[in-house]
Design a protein around this ligand. Structure first.
Ligand SMILES: [Fe+2]
Length: 130
């Protein structure tokens, strides 16, 4: 499953759009490593991805708090879910417990989650702030 930034994903808050572009670049790097079935690369890109996701979600959560965002709790739960899933992928990779099919499934799920989350949930924050 390929993934790339497109301007359709922009929510209209410059700093968040820049971070989303970087997040998607990291997901794309992970996705390509899965495609090539390179376990070391998969693990490295997962680490890189989770580090950036934590940083970006923190910035987004601060923006929500500052703006008294009405759906903060539910939004934060979605972020936590993503971090937990990526953490689980990492743990399973380290333990050698994932089949290539399962890694591909997890990758597809993370890609779908991200595109859906940005297009629906993050866009709602931008609408609320305006
Ligand atoms: Fe978000």
């Amino acid at each position: 499953m390929g993934v790339a930034w497109s301007d359709d994903l922009a929510i209209g808050i410059g700093i968040i759009d820049d971070q989303h572009r970087k997040l998607i670049e990291r997901i794309a790097a992970f996705s390509e490593a899965v495609e090539r079935k390179e376990v070391d690369q998969i693990d490295e890109t997962v680490n890189y991805l989770v580090g950036y996701a934590i940083q970006h979600f923190g910035a987004e959560e601060l923006l929500m708090i500052r703006n008294c965002y009405d759906e903060f709790d539910a939004h934060r739960d979605e972020h936590s879910w993503f971090i937990k899933e990526v953490g689980r992928v990492h743990r399973n990779l380290v333990e050698g417990a994932l089949s290539p099919e399962r890694i591909t499934e997890l990758r597809d799920m993370l890609v779908r989650w991200t595109l859906e989350h940005i297009s629906v949930k993050d866009r709602r924050i931008a609408r609320f702030i305006r």
